[in-house]
Design a protein around this ligand. Structure first.
Ligand SMILES: Cc1cc2nc3c(=O)[nH]c(=O)nc-3n(C[C@H](O)[C@H](O)[C@H](O)COP(=O)(O)OP(=O)(O)OC[C@H]3O[C@@H](n4cnc5c(N)ncnc54)[C@H](O)[C@@H]3O)c2cc1C
Length: 289
């Protein structure tokens, strides 16, 4: 199918982009176009105009400021993958990004587009939850920040206003004892995951002092499995604690049935990932492996 007719606007500055969003309430922002253009072609979206922000230098760049990593919205997936700063300051993103689609899509798709799109099967929203990211937004009223746990509000829905632009994502750089884990199960490399898990935590004295387990492809949004994580806190992720956490996952997740997998299969796979990912995060188990 072909996209419906739309007007095309290319602002020269962020201020102009914000003004255009206000004067064109039915417009859509265009970043990498890797989700929006397929949606137009399938007529899932019919905006009056596309506002192309893809060349705004104000939305580019990766930096560390006062112990926080700041990734501007137009940072492409391929840049995340290649950045030594990301590899060092955000190992979870570095691990996850290689699972996002294929090189051609990673060369155009952006972190801002992925978070704003809020696909429940996408890797980056789950990483944002696990890392307790802060999402910086600009709108007619100025700047505001939204915690990742408040940002993803539903299926392809976020707390972004229709007149707002996602400007950047900020995360804390790793503290002492910080540990991360990422795995997903997909039919083929580059496919959206059937189930995936992004995890971040902290190990102190050989035990988990913090743990956030963010699952994706298991519901309308990425989901923090708080009951399962609670079973592992204060433990060294020994087999008995892992079994308790696996059982508790039934309280956290109620995955949908679809053509790829039944709800029961997804819950089973979520348990498989829990054991694999958490084990990979424990220093002593990594040494033994
Ligand atoms: C074949 C294929 C396979 C894919 N596989 C995966 C995968 O495995 N995992 C995965 O996570 N993704 C996958 N994607 C999606 C890809 O990662 C997209 O690049 C990403 O989801 C959207 O980024 P974008 O920059 O292309 O956004 P766009 O497509 O330009 O925009 C997406 C949406 O976000 C809005 N938007 C964009 N930027 C902003 C901003 N700064 N502020 C506010 N709103 C904004 C747009 O208006 C639009 O509604 C796949 C895409 C394709 C075509």
């Amino acid at each position: 199918m072909k996209a419906p007719a739309f007007g095309y606007l290319r602002p020269a500055s962020l201020a102009e982009a914000l003004a255009l969003l206000q004067s064109h309430p039915d417009a859509k922002l265009l970043a990498g176009g890797q989700s929006l253009l397929p949606a137009l072609n399938l007529r899932l979206s019919q905006p009056s105009h596309l506002i192309d922000i893809g060349r705004l230098a104000e939305l580019c760049g990766i930096s560390v400021q006062q112990g926080r990593l700041r990734i501007a919205a137009l940072t492409r997936h391929a840049e995340l993958q290649a950045s030594p700063l990301i590899a060092q300051a955000a190992p979870l993103l570095h691990a996850a990004i290689q699972h996002v689609a294929h090189p051609a899509i990673r060369s155009r798709g952006t972190i801002g587009g992925s978070l704003a799109n809020a696909d429940p099967a996408a890797e980056l929203p789950a990483c944002a939850l696990a890392l307790q990211a802060r999402i910086d937004v600009l709108g007619p009223g100025g700047a505001r920040s939204i915690q990742a746990c408040d940002f993803f509000t539903g299926l392809f829905e976020t707390a972004l206003g229709s007149d707002e632009i996602l400007a950047a994502v900020e995360i804390d750089t790793p503290c002492e004892g910080a540990v991360f884990g990422f795995q997903e199960l997909a039919r083929r490399s580059g496919d959206y995951a059937i189930v995936g898990l992004a995890a971040a935590g902290r190990v102190e004295g050989g035990a988990l002092a913090e743990l956030r387990l963010a699952y994706f492809s298991v519901g309308a949004t990425a989901i923090l499995a708080t009951n399962a994580a609670a079973c592992l806190l204060g433990t060294a992720a020994d087999p008995a604690s892992l079994s308790r956490a696996e059982a508790a996952l039934a309280q956290d997740l109620d995955p949908p049935d679809d053509l790829q997998a039944s709800s029961a299969t997804r819950l089973h796979l979520a348990r498989v990932l829990l054991r694999r990912v958490v084990s990979s995060m424990m220093p002593q188990q990594r040494l033994a492996a």
